[in-house]
Every structure is written in C-alpha cells, then in structure tokens.
Design a protein around this ligand. Sequence first.
Ligand SMILES: [Zn+2]
Length: 346
Amino acid sequence: MEVRNPSFFEAPPFWMVDWTEVNDYLDRVTAGEVWSIGRSHGGRPIRAVAFGERDPIERRATWSSAVAAGHPEDYYDPTKRARPVLILIGSLHGAEMEGTAACVNLAQVIQTGRDLRGKPWPRLAELAAGMRVVMVPVSQPDGRIRSAIRHLVGGTMDDLYYYGQGRMRDGQILRWPECKRMQPVPVEQMDFVGGYYNDAGVNIQHDDFFAPQVAPETRALLDLIRGETPDCFMTLHSCVEAPFIIAPENLISPACQLHQVQIAALCRQRHLQDGLRPRAYTATEPTGGFYLHTALHHTCGGLPLLFEFPQGVVEKPFDLDEILDIGMSLFEEVMAYGAHCRFWPR
Ligand SMILES: [Zn+2]
C-alpha cells in the first residue's frame, strides 16, 4: 500500500476507527453486550455492541407473508415491544470509516452522556436510553484493515479512490461507479485492493443476495437483522457531496419512502442549522437499485436508511470535529423521529 499522505494515518484519540483501537474499546464496554455476529472472508470477527434490553417477539409469519396478508404485525407487532430497535452499521466500505468513529462515540455517549471529546449530548443520551441500539462499528473488517487510513481530510479524489476502490496493476485507479462493473473485483490483477471490498474482492453492497453462498459479511448482517428485527437500521457510508440521507428509494413501500424523505429532511435541516453544510439539493424522484440494505429491509421489514458522511477532501472540506458532529446530530434526529412514531407504519 502506498502512503499518499502521512497525515491520513494520524488522528486525535476521539477519532477511533483503527481496527485494534475499536476492538480495545469494545472490550472495555461494561454497560452493553458485545458479541461476534460472524467472521469476514479474511477470518476476522465481525463484532456487534448493543445497549438496551431485547424484547422477545411472537412470530407467526414471514415478513413477506405478513405483508401480503395485510397484517405486518403477524411478523412483528411494534406495539408489543417496549422499546424500538435501531441498528447502525459502519465501515461496510472499509475506507469509509467516518461512521465507525460516530458509532464508537455514540457508545460513549450512551455510557457516559459525553462523546470521546468530552462534549455532552444530553438529548441524544436520553433518546438512546429509550431504545435498544445495536451497532456494528466495523461490518467489513478486511477492507477496514487493508485501507488502513484513519481519515481522508485534505485528500484529493485520487486519494479517495485509491484507498477506497483500489488500483490495477497497470496503474489505473478504479473510480466510482466504474468499479461496480466488476463484482467481485479481480484481486490478483490489482496492485492495491481498496477498502471497498472484502478479501475475496466482494463489494458487500452488491452481493449476489439470493445465491446459495453469499459473502460471510452479508450472511452475518442478514442473520443479525432477522434476529433483532429492527424498527429502523442505517448503513453508514461516505462520499464527497455529503452529508445526506439517500431518499426516497424505489424498491420499498410508499410508507417507507415517506419515512425516508421525512427523516432526510429533518437531518438536512439540522445540519444546515448547525452549519454542517449538507448536500445542496434533495432528490425529487425515487432512486436506487437493489442494495444490501434493500435485501436487509425485505428480510426484516425494518425501515432502511443509507447515510453518506463527508470525508473532508479538498472538493468539500470538513475537519474531524465537524464530521463527528454530523454523525452525532444525525443519530439524534433519527432517534427523535423514532421516539415520535417508532418508524412505523410500513
Ligand atoms: Zn459506501
């Protein structure tokens, strides 16, 4: 791997995104439950941490069957569960580590009321205490470890694509979305396999979801989500135009699309108000294809959200303090929405 800028490998202590650091933090969690939901293709444990009690669910149908019957409560009845469940999934793409830092800081807020900078978040702590919050801070460890950088603040688009999508042996840096024309990417033809993929070159976001064998990271997340049956779950990504939530998406129910649009607008308003420079426009037409979060939604009925963090590259500068504030205020707005309506109906 090339060191394109030494500063990418240094960060203040509150910016906890390194694989070892995150695991050390999880080992010290006392107020929550920490467990392994599976292993990556490269054999690394994929770890989850949960805060808040888990209520049992009486289930008499699959999600597909219950929806077709016009009775989603036959799969899961939110009125019979004391607290809503929110799942946060970080570093699905290993060089997009901003969500990992936000998850670890949220764990700290839940346990102490303050983030790792010592900044208090009383409303966020109160909202989180009313929910079961499950986080997978590093859902794709192979790519997180391989990309190695702690951030991309001050970087260029070539830096972003090198550490993210990787470089072929002929020197060509793969870019988004052209990198998606190969799945998996031919790792043997690459001189650096970016953090986007697991060790087999699979982009988990576009796995072969209905194949008999899916990537182990996909399997672990599908199993987690089926077991937890979250009311809402959010995958945490990063891109240049961010921050924004992708909304609405076309392969989910109109009710879910409405939730997405409302939550996206609330978060955008919050980021505007706090001077955190959200994307300049909002989508007016449903977008999106069939992604990992689409597969997760149709597995468990949970409201899917995809959030994009900014990375602080020169095209749209942010510093690490601002990026963390974006994450904390995002979580606060999403939880406030869930406290109001529980992310239902479907
Ligand atoms: Zn991504």
